[in-house]
Design a protein around this ligand. Structure first.
Ligand code: ATP
Length: 226
């Protein structure tokens, strides 16, 4: 049962709300950082956990940097924001990374209200994720607009059987288990990891699209040149 009836996630008068931000982070860029920064106050998040996956089950990207490099870059990207934390749980678990397993682990702890953060590009294909019927019972979902896909059209593309698990309430979709699927009205930045990798392959600058700490790591390790 989520949220647990007897636990209002309160500590010292503050409701603990955990933002869970899963991704390939190949590499992490200012679009990721900016969206987390904007989402946090909108939903009263008390921390945001960036979780780089080990193997993304859905992505067919030409080149994925080793998990240890993506983890180190994510640490570097998040280093100067006290709200941001990084977890190696999916990388340490090895194998394909399934969001449902990650959310189950946090839901079992029952100590923070969970908000999974994703882009509209991810929402529109969420019905291909493992155990997707279970996903929405485990956490609230906060959806950030990516170029070309707004919340409503991503929602409309989902299978009718999945949409039937929700009812609409204003801008939000309320799940049968009372978790919420919500659009996040944020400005965001039109930056993607694909853009960063392309620029590097073409020998162009990525300065200001990633943190300087991530840029220097990519240069030192000669990542994304092939
Ligand atoms: P790629 O270009 O390789 O597909 P990406 O830039 O989408 O990568 P991911 O690590 O796959 O980065 O993204 C993790 C999550 O963050 C996804 O849910 C994605 O939709 C979202 N996201 C990434 N960049 C942005 C951005 N600029 N604005 C909003 N959401 C973003």
């Amino acid at each position: 049962m989520f949220p647990p009836e007897n636990k209002p996630f309160l500590r010292d008068g503050v409701t603990l709300r955990l933002g869970i931000f899963g991704g390939t982070f190949n590499p992490p860029h200012v679009g990721h950082l900016r969206l987390a920064e904007e989402v946090a106050p909108l939903f009263g998040l008390t921390r945001i956990l960036f979780i780089p996956c080990h193997l993304p089950p859905h992505k067919s990207v030409r080149y994925i940097a080793p998990p240890e490099d993506r983890l180190e870059m994510t640490h570097r990207a998040c280093a100067d924001n006290p709200l941001f934390e990084v977890s190696d749980m999916e990388i340490a678990a090895r194998g394909p990374s399934y969001t449902v397993r990650t959310l189950e682990a946090f839901a079992a702890r029952r100590d923070e209200e969970l908000f999974f953060i994703l882009g509209t590009d991810s929402l529109r294909e969420i019905h291909t994720w493992k155990d997707h019927e279970r996903l929405f019972s485990l956490a609230n979902f906060v959806v950030v607009t990516r170029p070309g896909v707004d919340f409503r059209s991503a929602w409309a593309e989902l299978p009718a059987s999945l949409r039937a698990q929700f009812h609409e309430s204003g801008d939000e979709m309320i799940h049968g288990t009372s978790t919420r699927l919500m659009p996040a009205p944020v400005e965001g930045l039109k930056v993607s990891s694909t853009l960063i990798r392309t620029l590097i392959r073409e020998g162009k600058s990525i300065r200001y699209l990633v943190t300087e700490s991530v840029r220097s790591y990519i240069m030192d390790r000669k990542l994304y040149r092939q």
